[in-house]
Ligand binder design. Structure first.
Ligand code: PEP
Length: 261
């Protein structure tokens, strides 16, 4: 767990999964989190855009937060198929993922686009979860720290603070594959991100949550979430079933995460 953030954040990214019947799964997550009481981490679900409003309505008066998986950088306009940060806010969302590798790779999103999207999130008072991470080729070439540091620097807008921004370190090769980096590799990358944030942003950079993402599941969450500077998790596949997601959420509670030396 990070030494600097107060409460871990566990965020679920449902990607392009979920019709209206998925709202029942979210209710089971909400009830499971409520049963954990005050020690529960902060929990966020990012469903497809079609479900943001309905999910936010169902999660009203609960501790669960609802977010989106992407936003446009403009507040409105002729951008067919896109949604703005203001629309997410208006639908009841309080957060948005930006720069996910599936958007960087599949939609050609460069760091400067990610930065404008994070700025849009801030403009609409949303938490921006800014994703960074190396490809398999970059890791094998020994470029991981360079790539991740560059992405952090280039993707963060002016005015990023611990209150409006979280970073998600997601090795691209670990997403949806069942593979994860060694724990020492996770420690190394999170420490490098922390150094970069602290040197650029000072005090607030020491408090920005750094989440780990990439094949987090009930079996590995305890050890991943107990690592230094791991302030939570961004969870894809394992967030789709309440039982699995709740197990990851429980692992983020300080007493239940296993400790690494
Ligand atoms: C993700 O897409 O953000 C992710 C971490 O996916 P998974 O947990 O399925 O690897």
């Amino acid at each position: 767990m990070t030494t600097t953030s107060i409460r871990p954040l566990v965020a679920g990214n449902w990607k392009m999964n979920g019709l209206s019947d998925a709202l029942g799964e979210a209710e089971a997550i909400r009830d499971g989190v409520a049963a954990l009481g005050g020690r529960a981490p902060s929990v966020l679900i990012c469903p497809p855009a079609t479900l943001v409003a309905a999910l936010a309505a169902r999660m009203e008066r609960s501790a669960l937060r609802v977010g989106a998986q992407d936003c446009h950088w403009e507040p409105s306009g002729a951008y067919t198929g896109d949604i703005s940060a203001e629309m997410i806010r208006n639908a009841g969302g309080t957060a948005v993922i930006v720069g996910h590798s599936e958007r960087r790779a599949g939609h050609g999103e460069l760091d400067r686009i990610v930065r404008t999207k994070a700025a849009a999130a801030h403009r609409a008072s949303l938490l921006a979860i800014v994703c960074v991470g190396e490809t398999k080729g970059q890791r094998e070439a020994g470029l991981t720290l360079d790539v991740v540091r560059r992405q952090v620097v280039a993707s963060l807008p002016e005015g990023a603070t611990a209150e409006n921004t979280a970073i998600a370190y997601e090795p691209v090769w670990a997403i949806g594959t069942g593979l994860i980096p060694s724990l020492t590799d996770v420690i190394e990358v999170h420490a490098a991100i922390r150094r970069e944030l602290a040197s650029r942003l000072g005090e607030t950079g020491r408090r920005i949550a750094i989440l780990y993402g990439g094949s987090v599941n009930p079996g590995n969450a305890g050890e991943l979430l107990s690592l230094p500077e791991v302030g939570g998790a961004l969870v894809g596949g394992a967030s789709l079933r309440a039982e699995d997601f709740l197990a990851v959420i429980r692992a983020a509670m300080p007493e239940t995460g296993s400790a690494l030396a």
